[in-house]
Design a protein around this ligand. Structure first.
Ligand SMILES: N[C@@H](CCC(=O)N[C@@H](CS)C(=O)NCC(=O)O)C(=O)O
Length: 231
């Protein structure tokens, strides 16, 4: 089986897909596209999607994290990661993902130096060093497309504790964090890790069950935002 996963630097759902591929033991290559420019590129590449992750599995195109989970489950049934509660999966895929995505984009615009910290692999085949060198120009163009209004970001910041409470509750009732990992584990952990990229949130989140869980399920997650959040 041959899988190629397409993501962007810092993309938490791309990490979700990567964790699923690893868990299933599917050999894959990851290719990163430039943030935001990935949208037209995905169209040119023949994916009917504007979002990453997308994947080819034995040449077949698969889009979105939820569909990737299902395609992997069909191709490699064991270890099973499905079924999961679909309402919870949608919450993880929409609300939780979008909350930290908005904060992440807002953070990247307010702390442009943070962009380099998310670059750990080639982008469009360009080595991370070369991509970092292009950031004074490319980073500004990316920031223009990433702009999230302050009120939207602050509203997401206000609901983040509720999302983390829900993660703690799902851990407490065994829905996630069990010995047999499932699609929800892989959806949720990278989102919590992206929230932990903020210097002002990291320690507080790490001290809760959600933080310990996220680090356990998703040990590597590059990137760091400085003190950009209101005190
Ligand atoms: N929830 C979907 C969507 C993922 C998503 O929104 N990905 C972001 C990057 S983290 C993206 O590509 N956004 C492009 C856009 O904003 O149009 C999934 O997990 O597949």
């Amino acid at each position: 089986m041959r899988a190629v996963l397409y993501g962007t630097p810092g993309s938490h759902p791309s990490m979700s897909a990567e964790l699923m591929l690893r868990h299933k033991g599917v050999a894959y290559r990851r290719r990163d596209l430039p943030n935001m420019t990935h949208k037209p590129l995905l169209r040119l590449m023949g994916f009917g999607a504007r979002t990453v992750p997308v994947m080819t599995l034995d040449g077949r195109r698969v889009t979105t994290t939820m569909r990737i989970a299902r395609a992997l489950e069909a191709a490699v049934p064991q270890p099973a990661i499905l079924p999961v509660d679909e309402a919870l999966e949608r919450w993880a895929d929409d609300d939780l993902q979008e909350c930290v995505r908005a904060l992440g984009r807002w953070g990247a615009v307010r702390d442009p130096a943070s962009m380099a910290t998310f670059l750990e692999r080639p982008v469009l085949g360009m080595p991370p060093g070369a991509v970092k060198a292009s950031l004074p120009v490319v980073g500004r163009l990316t920031a223009l497309q990433m702009k999230v209004p302050d009120d939207v970001a602050l509203a997401q910041l206000a609901v983040l504790p509720g999302h983390l409470d829900r993660v703690d509750a799902l851990l407490a009732d065994g829905t996630i964090g069990g010995e047999r990992r499932n699609a929800l584990d892989f959806q949720i952990a990278p989102s919590v890790r992206l929230a932990m990229a903020f210097d002002q949130l990291r320690e507080e989140i790490a001290a809760r069950p959600a933080g310990a869980f996220a680090v356990r399920v998703c040990p590597e997650f590059a990137g760091r935002f400085g003190a950009v959040l209101p005190a």
